[in-house]
Design a protein around this ligand. Structure first.
Ligand code: PEP
Length: 231
């Protein structure tokens, strides 16, 4: 099982350090079977001594260069970061990343051997168009992506479920994960309002290998509770 915490634009360097101290103590004591990932904001990156796999929520597809406000491979190498989220809906819909740019990022970080948490998910408008439209939309978000890449993890995250408290139903998740499992052997995660009260049911859906968790991961006790509940 893979459980990943996406801090988004939350936590500071100091609070991330404290979070990791408490999470590591928990992992040391409970020794859960799951692989744990944490994606803090870039300003909190450091040379952590931790059992947790640290990654970034985004990076620019270049070694270094004139890309104001971005970070590239050089900055990731400083902290030995080998995990990245690509295609998150907030980057697609708020920051305006299109599929062409996302594909470019994917190719770059794949060539560098990164574990890529590749996110896809339909908007509410698409959802209202029915299952076939959802699958067509998700298919477009997979265009240009090497679905046989050995370090690929796919996260199905319906946009309408992210940060809203309203998760997709097990039946809906199952249908989409089954559709995705026919396209790729990569582990399939669900993301979208996963929390202690629903995580057990969600990860027991067939083809579900874990969860990408935003809001409910920001509190270390809540994240530890979810790790324990799914162990
Ligand atoms: C996410 O940002 O990937 C996410 C799933 O957020 P939340 O858990 O808050 O819905």
């Amino acid at each position: 099982m893979i459980l990943a915490a996406n801090f988004k634009m939350n936590h500071t360097r100091l609070s991330t350090k404290e979070y990791l101290r408490r999470l590591d103590a928990f992992l040391e004591e409970k020794k859960p079977k799951s692989d744990i990932y944490l994606f803090p904001p870039v300003s909190a990156l450091d040379s952590f001594e931790t059992k947790v796999n640290i990654g970034v929520q985004n990076a620019y597809p270049a070694q270094k260069g004139s890309f104001t406000g971005e970070i590239g491979l050089e900055q990731l190498e400083e902290f030995d970061i080998k995990n990245i989220i690509i295609g998150h809906s907030e980057r697609r819909h708020i920051l305006g990343e299109n599929q062409e740019f996302i594909t470019q990022k994917f190719k770059f970080f794949k060539d560098k051997g990164f574990k890529i948490f590749y996110c896809i998910g339909e908007t509410l408008e698409v959802r209202e168009g029915g299952k076939e439209l959802i699958k067509k939309y998700l298919g477009l978000q997979l265009e240009g992506i090497d679905l046989s890449y050995k370090n690929l993890v796919i996260a199905y995250e319906p946009v309408w479920a992210i940060g809203t408290g309203k998760s997709a139903t097990s039946e809906d998740i199952e249908e989409i994960l089954e559709f995705l499992s026919k396209k790729s052997d990569a582990p399939l995660l669900y993301g979208g309002s996963v929390k202690p009260s629903n995580i057990k049911e969600i990860v027991s859906v067939s083809n579900c290998s874990g969860a990408l968790i935003g809001t409910a991961s920001w509190d270390v006790n809540s994240f530890c509770e979810m790790i324990e509940l799914t162990n």
